[in-house]
Design a protein around this ligand. Structure first.
Ligand code: NAP
Length: 297
């Protein structure tokens, strides 16, 4: 039976470490790290996410601001608002909650946040820096939060040197998870395969993996029979499905009950990668404040 990778406990430990470092930064610099979270429209899941992010930021000693904008806002008006936040020295990190309404030009919005305040790590300059660095340093570079959280959990599970030479398969090639995680695992000396909806013989590809990451958005896609015995399985998926009692519940992209029989270690959903994403956002906000104040990593 697989060991459970406790993302909640790991996230709490990371947030506690960040909170301590934030107070050190305030004492040293006389400046409190600030985070602005921008939400457009009233998508219920997105609203819940931004509330968690601002609450966790406050708990870590970060000055958090929630900017709520109407769903019918024009791209130009949104860009102007982001420009104001970008120019505000009290704001060190800006996060624009995705997805944006279809009427908004998302690529332009991501470009409007300057790279040094881009705590999501989605700006092309940060993406380029991540992919071109031989050893990307998350203390000096803003790396997307979810992949950073996955890396943290893998390091904790396999040990600092435990990733070297491992065969890693990531199912999903999105810009927010699959691709940046591939860059991080490559830099950690894994041999990385990125699979997607057009991958042939996906089950066989997955069975090669010492480290198997599912970031797809399809409940239970990865079956137990796809998992190599002893593999570390990271389930990024968050899918709401109908529950037996007529309500709903969250499940991942991995058929958990099957996979835990085979894997060496596995993240649950909920309580795995999700809490780490928020903790890494806090870490990135502190990193952004340090970089902007010239304090380095
Ligand atoms: P996305 O942008 O929709 O990308 C999904 C990827 O999965 C695509 O590359 C797609 O392939 C691939 N895919 C779809 N169906 C497939 C199939 N049947 N077989 C193989 N590959 C398939 O999704 P995302 O934003 O990366 O998110 C993925 C999941 O992670 C979602 O459940 C999301 O809610 C969750 N998520 C969780 C967190 C967290 O904090 N835990 C953060 C972000 C996302 P193509 O490229 O070929 O279309």
């Amino acid at each position: 039976m697989a060991r459970l990778i406790d993302g909640k406990a790991a996230a709490l430990a990371l947030r506690t470490e960040v909170a301590r470092a934030v107070e050190g930064f305030v004492a040293e610099r006389g400046l409190r790290p600030g985070l602005a979270v921008v939400i457009v429209g009233d998508h219920p899941a997105s609203r819940a996410y931004v509330r968690t992010k601002t609450r966790m930021a406050e708990a870590a000693g970060i000055a958090a601001r929630l900017i709520e904008l109407p769903a019918d806002i024009q791209t130009a008006a949104l860009l102007e608002r982001i420009g104001e936040l970008d120019a505000d020295p009290a704001v060190h990190g800006i996060l624009v909650q995705l997805p944006l309404p279809e009427t908004i030009d998302e690529a332009q919005v991501l470009l409007a946040v300057s790279p040094k305040k881009d705590v999501d790590g989605f700006h092309p300059a940060n993406v380029g820096a991540l992919f071109s660095a031989t050893r990307p340093d998350p203390d000096r570079l803003l790396v997307p939060c979810t992949p950073l959280g996955c890396l943290h959990l893998l390091r904790q599970t396999l040990g600092a040197e435990g990733l070297r030479g491992q065969e890693a398969v990531i199912v999903g090639r999105s810009n927010i998870v699959g691709k940046p995680l591939a860059a991080l695992l490559l830099a950690a000396d894994c041999t990385v395969t990125v699979a997607h909806s057009r991958t042939r013989d996906l089950a066989d590809v997955c069975r090669r993996a010492d480290i198997l990451v599912a970031a797809v958005g399809r409940p239970g896609l990865v079956r137990g029979s796809w998992v190599k015995p002893g593999a570390a399985v990271i389930d990024v998926g968050i899918n709401r499905i109908e529950a037996e009692d007529g309500g709903s519940r969250l499940v991942g992209d991995v058929a958990f009950a099957e996979a835990e029989q085979v894997a060496g270690a596995i993240t649950p959903v909920p309580g795995g990668v999700g809490p780490m994403t928020v903790a890494c956002l806090m870490r990135n906000t502190l990193t952004a404040a340090r970089l902007q104040s010239g304090a380095g990593g």
